[in-house]
Write a protein that binds this ligand. Sequence first.
Ligand code: UDX
Length: 449
Amino acid sequence: MKITVFGSGYVGLVTGTCLADVGHDVLCIDVDQAKIEGLNQGVLPIYEPGLGAMLKRNHSEGRLQFSTSAERGVEHGQLQFIAVGTPPDDDGSADLRHVLAVARTIGSHMTGYKVVVDKSTVPVGTADKVRREIATALAARQTELEFDVCSNPEFLKEGAAIEDFTKAARIVIGTDSERVRGLMRECYSPYNRNRDKLMFMDLRAAELTKYAANAMLATKISFMNELAQLAERLGVDIEQVRQGIGSDPRIGYHFIYPGCGYGGSCFPKDVKALTRTALDAGHDAPLLNAVEQVNQRQKQTLFHKLQQGLGNNLRGKRIAIWGLAFKPNTDDMREAPSRSLMEALWDAGASVSVYDPEALNECHRIYGKRTDLNLAATRELAVEDADALVICTEWKAFRTLDFAWLKTQLRTPLIVDGRNLYAPQDVHRAGLAYYAVGRGDSLQAIPRD
Ligand code: UDX
């Protein structure tokens, strides 16, 4: 099939590349000239395991092309995927400017039947707006042409996007058109062989499904973070409780890891956008508000633990941080807990020495050459002369650690662990204090020589 994907960001590139990989003829469009030039030379604007090789292969075999020409894009595909960004507006609602601009472009240039597929995460009712936008553009040309709009939300996780696309748990499609059902079935058929994953539903139900999924997952995390706060005060180890409840199949083990708060480009934005949608619909959504509030508070928890361990005055202290990305296997630092921590430390007059296997360039891009930021090339260099170590991301490479060695490096023998990576007794045995998340007995006094 001939497919056009508008927006060569995270979702657009993964969608375009995976669809080309099963033989579709895909054209990816973006307004960013430099990005398109880079892609034509095989340079990816994002870090995603496996994507680079797949993209280059399909590009060199001619099934995957990149262009800035929107007109060519409209001409190319019978399916027109919209996968452009929906950044949050000042009031938390999703900004649909880019989505509607693409819709206008499609309406302005189309010459035959098109299916317009909303892939971006967009609020309930957006498909109607897209439809109106296209109809208006067609009317301006005094042209009548058939088109359909459907919703096909994306559930990709960064770091596992290829796997999530090619082995999706479900493919949600919101439409009321039989013709669209047939075309979307054809589009996804290579990824729909073993069992039928296609779920057809009403348009608005598909739009809400995307927000509901992310809000449910964010709720699970905030719930566990709230329980972790409680466990800490009750002298209970939340990790034992996590296993205790996860074993109930109704609860399950997924997404119940307490930590230093959720980040990334989706959860924070989508929870806020859904709260906004609820308000606009006349409902104050107390639970959604609490999910967001708990998360904001949880992101401050590492800073408070450092204050607890090092004394309230952190001025002049040097803090080592391992892990900057909002989660492992990505260089993405959007809404990352590491940022709340660094910013709080800088405000308190401390400096930071940071290491991350992938996100150092991103950190440099965001914070530039601050004198109170040292980008360390290895985890060992990051802890040199540091007062204490904080872990913000659970990269695999941090899972083992020579505690005795670490003790010789730190001025104060203290690990603040936002991801509960170690057994508290192992750390304590080596003579270090270990402040983790919700681990009752972990807030022990710091050993002084
Ligand atoms: C998420 C959804 O999982 C995905 O379906 C959707 O399409 C986009 O948003 P992503 O943002 O890539 O994907 O990250 P995810 O792996 O879901 O993690 C989100 C955040 O939650 C991370 O900061 C992670 O550290 C945190 N998290 C996750 C926890 O704190 N505890 C958990 O148990 C799980």
